[in-house]
Design a protein around this ligand. Structure first.
Ligand code: GLA
Length: 407
């Protein structure tokens, strides 16, 4: 009896392992937490080549980013120049002489995953061949090349319907024989948060980011503050497998201060946003590495409950954001939008942390941990009087306290 049971168990395990090896993860399970990685666009625009991508993969490993959870190395626009006589996309032969498959093999050999870019229109945003009318062929090509992540843009879409176009590529990816994360880059123009849940894993909610804290650059570029204001009301649409994407990070690109970059990283983490870095991973200073590999902040970003945080209190220059985490914990982030430091005088009893959906507020017996100082800093039973730097944050994790039911 025992023997039969053991044999059945072994056969079952062999079957499960053969199944997962040949078919990999299912589409639905690919992004249970927000994807983490790197994308070439913010820093390099069209100045990309295979050497850069290989060195970026090396940098991701050597800097400790891979250990901190980053895994996708994604080439954005400009890798493609044409289609061949069979209609297959052709990579730029001067910039990618070894071909895309060799590059993805290299990235995989480092224990990382490889991503690429295409567009729903006839052409990409940089006027390279887009995937319109070639969706199934391109998805099969990407699978053949070992692609694990596709960012799919929305330029030159003409009269195309967004839902139909993204559904076609989603279907093509689901049928291509390889698990590929689908990043919808439609800039929020057709409210993708209302329809993307079963189509892709993340959807852009805004026009392109720029490397500035508080700026609105005409016609359509935004800084960190503009983007969080767009994303905040969308908190209820995010969840495991379908994330609001406020664009790639600018940390390390030189346009902002250390505090401002810490703020960007903290808010992207409060908002359960994909952490796709956009800087040069081959030459990062210690401050950039410190931010990008802050495991305690990343743990908030990757919290398995997958709830996006939101603004709990708005005092103008000062905001208090909260995010409910798994295991009965909370992340709390004090944000100073002004260019002068702010001395807090925060009374936890007066401004009770409550959850928008759930019927409770928290008592004043929670342990506070400062996620940038990496220190436990006491309980919420007294006024919180720390200083929030100009354009900076204090980010805390609250644990071990009790909740009080609202009546
Ligand atoms: C659009 C996207 C950017 C980038 C460029 C590439 O602007 O929003 O993120 O992919 O296209 O051309």
């Amino acid at each position: 009896m025992m023997k039969t049971f053991t044999m059945t168990k072994i056969l079952l395990m062999l079957f499960i392992s053969a199944f997962t090896t040949s078919f990999g993860q299912s589409f639905d399970d690919l992004a249970k937490t927000p994807p983490m990685g790197w994308n070439s666009w913010n820093k390099f625009r069209c100045e990309i080549n295979e050497e850069l991508v290989r060195e970026t993969a090396d940098g991701m490993v050597e800097s400790g980013m891979m250990d901190a959870g980053y895994k996708y190395v994604v080439i954005d626009d400009c890798w493609q120049v044409d289609r061949d006589k069979n209609g297959e996309l052709v990579p730029d032969p001067e910039r990618f002489p070894s071909g895309i498959k060799a590059l993805s093999d290299y990235v995989h050999s480092k224990g990382l995953k490889f991503g690429i870019y295409s567009c729903a229109g006839d052409l990409t945003c940089q006027d390279r061949p887009g995937s319109r009318g070639h969706e199934f062929q391109d998805a099969r090509t990407f699978a053949k090349w070992g692609v694990d992540y596709l960012k799919y843009d929305w330029c030159h879409h003409g009269q195309l319907d967004a839902v139909a176009s993204y559904t076609t590529m989603s279907k093509a990816l689901k049928e291509c024989g390889r698990p590929i994360v689908f990043s919808i880059c439609e800039w929020g123009t057709n409210q993708p948060w209302t329809w993307s849940e079963n189509i892709g894993h993340l959807h852009r909610i805004n026009w392109d980011i720029r490397d500035c804290f508080d700026c609105n650059i005409a016609p359509v570029f935004f800084g960190t503050m503009q983007i969080i204001d767009i994303n905040e009301p969308l908190w209820k649409f995010a969840g495991p497998g379908h994330w609001n994407d406020p664009d790639m990070l600018e940390i390390g690109n030189g346009g902002q201060t250390f505090e401002e970059y810490k703020t960007q990283f903290s808010l992207w983490s409060m908002m359960a946003s994909p952490l796709i870095t956009g800087n040069d991973l081959r030459s990062m200073n210690d401050e950039t590495i410190e931010i990008l590999t802050n495991k305690e902040v990343i743990d908030v970003n990757q919290d398995p409950l997958g709830q996006q945080g939101y603004r709990h209190i708005d005092y103008g220059d000062l905001e208090v954001w909260i995010r409910l985490l798994s295991d009965n914990e909370f992340a709390v982030c004090f944000l100073n939008r002004s260019d002068k430091e702010i001395k807090l005088d925060f009374d936890w009893r007066k401004y009770r942390i409550t959850h928008r959906k759930e019927k409770f507020y928290i008592d004043n017996d929670w342990e506070m941990r400062d996620l940038w100082k990496h220190k436990n800093i006491g309980k919420t039973d007294k006024k919180f009087d720390e200083v929030v730097p100009a354009h900076g944050v204090i980010m805390l994790r609250l644990s071990g306290g009790s909740k009080i039911k609202k009546v």
